[in-house]
Ligand binder design. Structure first.
Ligand code: GLV
Ligand code: MG
Length: 348
């Protein structure tokens, strides 16, 4: 393991200094755009300001014969707009593919100053992050990029889940991680063809009793992995995300999957379809009633210590910290959203 002092040194002469803290940004939805599709690309300007992150996808879902077109399409859509407070990310191809080297070399050369985060798929261990980290530092130095491009790993292989803590702490360039339920299901030989969400056959059955009707309760297939990912991320000061929800015809199930991830500590989710943008925005912005209660706790404990009763519920130093998580997130949401600011009572 690298010594702590060296951990924060640039990996190439002339590369920018690694960040010690992540930039504070609202990242409720990572909205996927297929950049080889000219029609979709032409509408990207309308998305800026309406989603927290726009991601140009170069990996799965892009046909082999459109890989170059997707890469160049992403570069042109990046150059065509000022993204303001909206994050600009790209999901590049996997490290064992024939496209990744040109993906990274072209993106840093053409739009290195604008690109916030590279999402790296199928990460198996810290060695994958170390490779991209070194390559990015060399390219940033060559092209005189002023701020480091961050790395976001997709957790979608059994090896990756085994090594999740090492991945989270592999580099100061780590932004966070997303659960990739489709590839992970395949890697683990899970017997499902769904992209995220539950499965009607993954359940527990009530005991056999006098009644012939035995209740069955569906369980969450992703609970273990999300919990493991959230702990690895939180312990390393980076962010955890739920990934794709593939059934666009079931917005309710999508909302429930997103909300489970939100409640467990995730900062956001992927939106693959425009209809999922509002769902993610709603789910990953704290509920105004909960924020009102959290504000009561914070106001009642100005220095965050002691014990007080609020509406019959005991509060102490720990619940003060829980309340701070909600209030701080609400303040971030309110900054970019006048209507939500009013609902949280921050408008004054
Ligand atoms: C996402 O990339 C997934 O495999 O679910
Ligand atoms: Mg995948």
């Amino acid at each position: 393991m690298k010594l702590p002092r060296k951990f924060f040194e640039p990996l190439a002469l002339g590369a920018p200094m690694p960040l010690r803290e992540l930039p504070v940004r609202l990242e409720r939805m990572i909205h996927f755009v297929p950049p080889h599709n000219e029609k979709v690309r032409s509408k990207v300007g309308d998305l800026i300001g309406k989603v927290d992150i726009i991601l140009g996808n170069l990996e799965d879902a892009v046909p082999f014969d459109a890989k170059e077109a997707a890469r160049e399409g992403f570069i042109s859509m990046a150059q065509a707009h000022d993204y303001g407070a909206t994050g600009l990310w790209s999901r590049v191809n996997a490290l064992n593919s024939p496209w990744i080297l040109d993906d990274v070399m072209r993106l840093v050369e053409a739009i290195g100053e604008k690109l916030d985060v590279i999402m790296l798929p199928k990460v198996e261990g810290a060695w994958d992050i170390h490779y991209l980290d070194q390559l990015l530092a060399q390219l940033e130095a060559r092209h005189k990029i002023s701020k480091p491009i961050l790395i976001h790993a997709i957790l979608e292989t059994a090896d990756g889940v085994n090594n999740v803590e090492a991945i989270a702490s592999a580099s100061p360039r780590m932004h966070g991680m997303s659960l990739g339920p489709a590839d992970l299901a395949a890697s683990r030989a899970m017997k499902t063809t769904r992209v995220g969400g539950g499965h009607p056959e993954y359940k527990v059955l009530a005991d056999a009793g006098s009644s012939s009707q035995r209740a069955a309760y569906q369980q969450d297939l992703w609970h273990y992995t999300i919990a493991k990912m959230v702990d690895a991320c939180a312990a390393n000061g980076i962010k955890a995300f739920y990934g794709p929800f593939g059934d666009f015809s079931d917005p309710l199930a999508c909302e429930v999957q997103f909300r489970n991830a939100y409640l467990m500590g995730c900062a956001g989710a992927w939106t693959l379809h425009p209809s999922q943008i509002a769902i993610a925005g709603r789910v990953f912005s704290p509920d105004p009633a909960e924020v009102a209660f959290a504000r009561k706790i914070v106001d009642a404990m100005p220095d965050g210590s002691g014990a007080v009763m609020i509406d019959g519920k005991m509060q102490d130093d720990a619940t003060f910290k829980q309340a701070k998580v909600m209030v701080d997130l609400a303040r971030q949401v309110a900054k970019g959203d006048v209507a939500m600011a009013a609902q949280y009572g921050f408008a004054d």
